[in-house]
Design a protein around this ligand. Structure first.
Ligand code: NAD
Ligand code: WQD
Length: 340
């Protein structure tokens, strides 16, 4: 059974991916420093899969701690989710973001080279397309100018990994550019569990629906879109998790050192449509008001999904209603999130 090291595997996307990997016959090892996740996730994963995964509480920037993981296990491939991801926070503490995101990836890449582990899937983001609104974004769309340090870390790491692969042509690296991951596992046992007041739309709506927050502010209703609110390509986290399994499988077949894929649905949903879909899922009104635009937001962002379909065989299965239903189940079953 091939073994995948999942860094950041205790987090939102990582934990869902651990389930998909396990369901597809992979052995999984998780490394996470718990900076943005709770250990309870491991108990939930055990409930869902019936398996207890090998877990290392380790910081990916800590070369000695990470070396131990490579020494103790026969690792076939790595999925690197570990990183800090809050856009607003990255503007306030940029050095922490550059340090954590860049050093963690470089440390893991060095160890992969040292231990001759050749397959890597890296969590990139649609944020690398910058402020362009030339939709749909294809993998050939030019990379843009990012509006925040978080975005730049993804942009820079894509370059770092391309250079790494060029110098080490035995490497097989897949850069997955996620669009807007939302939703939760159908069990309601794991989902997005942000600390404090959420910045992203779905966690915010969930908390308003659950009564923890009073009212959603919709950031701008004067955009040049059908209903005046921004369009995003929301993708169910379970679909996204499956995309990682397909990417790992693809790395066994491809001769390319670096492969880049968008992972989205190819469909734009407006903020108003997202609110309406969530109201349908939870069965009551979501209180919302319209406020000014949020700086740095673009009007439209959605993926061209052709390449992922053609080469990975990836196609999203879930629609916005499924995303809202699963989000609401997770929120209802865990109104305070997970305990430490
Ligand atoms: P998350 O914060 O839920 O998960 C990241 C996990 O990594 C957390 O469990 C955290 O404790 C861990 N971590 C952070 N730094 C670490 C380090 N140095 N060493 C070990 N563990 C560390 O975030 P997520 O939403 O699951 O995102 C996973 C990846 O996908 C991130 O790299 C993120 O930037 C990227 N991404 C996320 C989104 C999104 O909207 N959620 C979109 C595009 C890309
Ligand atoms: C979605 C829409 C908001 C909150 C972010 C990152 C991006 C990527 C995915 C990591 C926008 C509107 C939001 C609210 C609102 N992450 N909104 N009221 O900004 O598309 O993408 O997550 O790589 O890099 O920037 O997602 O969920 O914050 O916003 O009206 O309280 O919801 O204006 O139109 P975004 P989001």
């Amino acid at each position: 059974m091939a073994t995948v090291l999942v860094t950041g595997g205790n987090g939102y996307i990582g934990s869902h991916t651990v389930i998909s990997l396990s369901e597809n016959g992979y052995d999984v090892i998780i490394a996470d420093n718990l900076i943005n996740s709770k250990m309870e996730v491991q108990n939930r994963l055990e409930k869902i899969t019936g398996k207890r995964f090998k877990f290392y509480k380790a910081d990916c920037c800590d070369e000695a701690a990470m070396r131990r993981i490579f020494e103790e296990n026969s690792i076939d491939s790595v999925i690197h989710f570990a990183g800090l991801k809050a856009v607003g926070e990255s503007v306030k503490i940029p050095l922490d973001y550059y340090q954590n995101n860049i050093v963690s990836m470089i440390t893991v890449a060095r160890l992969m080279k040292e231990f001759d582990v050749r397959k890597l899937v890296f969590s990139s983001s649609a944020t690398v397309y910058g402020m362009s609104e030339d939709v749909p974004f294809t993998e050939e769309s030019p990379l843009g100018v990012c509006t925040n340090p978080y975005g730049w870390t993804k942009w820079m790491l894509e370059q770092v990994l391309k250079d790494f692969a060029k110098a080490n042509p035995e490497m097989k690296i897949c850069l997955l550019r996620y669009f807007n991951p939302v939703g939760a596992h159908e069990s309601g046992l794991i989902g997005e569990d942000p600390r404090g007041i959420p910045n992203n739309l779905f966690p915010y709506i969930s908390k308003v629906a659950g009564g923890t927050l009073d009212c959603l502010t919709v950031f701008g209703d004067d955009y040049d879109t059908p209903d005046g609110t921004c369009l995003r390509d929301y993708i169910h986290v379970v679909d996204l998790a499956d995309g990682h399994v397909k990417a790992i499988d693809y790395l066994d077949k491809t001769d390319d050192c670096v492969s880049v894929f968008n992972i989205g649905t190819g469909k734009g949903t407006s903020v108003k449509e997202a609110v309406a879909a969530f109201e349908k899922a939870c069965g009551h009104e979501i209180k919302h008001v319209f406020g000014p635009r949020r700086p740095g937001d673009i009007a439209v962002c959605y993926a061209s999904t052709d390449k992922a379909y053609r080469l990975l065989g990836f196609k999203a299965r879930y629609n916005i209603d499924d995303m809202c239903t699963s989000c609401w189940k997770w929120q209802s079953m865990n109104p305070e999130g997970l305990s430490d």
